[in-house]
Ligand binder design. Structure first.
Ligand SMILES: C[S@@+](CC[C@H](N)C(=O)[O-])C[C@H]1O[C@@H](n2cnc3c(N)ncnc32)[C@H](O)[C@@H]1O
Length: 280
């Protein structure tokens, strides 16, 4: 069925990545691996809200498309038989493997694979559950559908701020980095994926859960020293950096401080079946 609106075309424009990310995603994303790993760890407490929504069975095989440092792949491996964690970046997978090892997990297989080039059934076999979170997988829902036996789950930020926006806010007035305005506009949110799925003949389930970044520190100084690692701050820029961080530090009764920034994540899921692909 052709929809009233060409949501696929809208998605292509909204999700447009820098040329470098399209050309060599492994190299592009590898540069952010340390930052993503560290930011993901600030998110650990809130990530459990997403894990509680993902339907998992102890016997399941799970494919995590664009797994990054394993923010979801690692805790999911504790609940299922096996996880295949694929990513275009070796560096991201290095963090994923390290995080799995630290948790004593042996049921995660990592694989360097460009999802855009991957052929399901040849480069990667079907899995019971397919997950694509904040990743390239969201740009081809038909491919995700074709890789799953039981469920497909897609996730991303339901509203501003995203992980990248939170990280960038630490370095406001210091770094020149900017995100395209559409990324922060509700008009271009999960409604796009919902409508693409709808037009494909799918009735997606949707849940929006609380998400956030948090960590307790013994002092402001410890918070500055920890969060400064997420970017670059010259000595003369330190007062700007501290002012940025101070906005999100809450004094605690024990004398410490809590860093806290809340946001929301959506989880959309469906049972895979043959699709109406007229519109693509
Ligand atoms: C924003 S991170 C998301 C990580 C993780 N899924 C999460 O939810 O925290 C996006 C990940 O997708 C990976 N990626 C980007 N393009 C890719 C491609 N073409 N094939 C496979 N992985 C890709 C990146 O290397 C990066 O690890």
């Amino acid at each position: 069925m052709n929809g009233l609106v060409n949501w696929v075309e809208i998605q292509k424009r909204v999700m447009r990545m820098p040329v470098m990310a399209e050309k060599d995603p492994g190299e592009f994303w590898g540069k952010s691996a340390f930052m993503y790993d560290k930011m993901s760890k600030l998110e650990t407490d809130y990530t459990s809200n997403q894990l509680d929504t993902i339907i998992l069975d102890a016997a399941d095989s799970v494919l995590d498309v664009g797994c990054g440092p394993g923010r979801l792949a690692v805790p999911i491996a504790k609940r299922v038989a096996r996880v295949t964690a694929i990513d275009a970046s070796e560096e991201m997978l290095r963090y994923c493997k390290k995080n799995a090892q630290e948790q004593g997990l042996t049921n995660i297989t990592t694989k360097v694979l460009d999802w855009k080039k991957a052929v399901v059934g040849k480069d990667i076999e079907k899995h019971d559950i397919v997950i694509a979170s904040r990743s390239v997988g969201l740009s081809d829902l038909v491919k995700l559908n074709s890789a799953a036996n039981k469920y497909v789950f897609v996730l991303s930020f339901a509203q501003s701020p995203s992980l990248k926006e939170v990280q960038m806010s630490f370095f406001e007035g210091i770094s020149e980095e900017k995100l395209p305005d559409v990324r922060m506009n509700r008009m271009f949110g999960y409604n796009i994926l919902f409508n693409i799925l709808y037009d494909l003949g799918i009735d997606p389930n949707l849940r929006v859960v609380k998400d956030g970044f948090t960590r307790d520190y013994v002092s402001r100084q410890e918070a500055y020293d920890d969060l400064r690692q997420l970017g670059e701050v010259k000595k003369e820029q330190e007062p700007i950096f501290r002012k940025n961080i101070d906005k999100y530090l809450i004094e605690q009764p024990d004398g410490g401080v809590k860093f806290l920034r809340e946001t929301k994540t959506y989880i959309m899921w469906w049972e895979p079946h043959e699709l109406n692909i007229d519109l693509l």
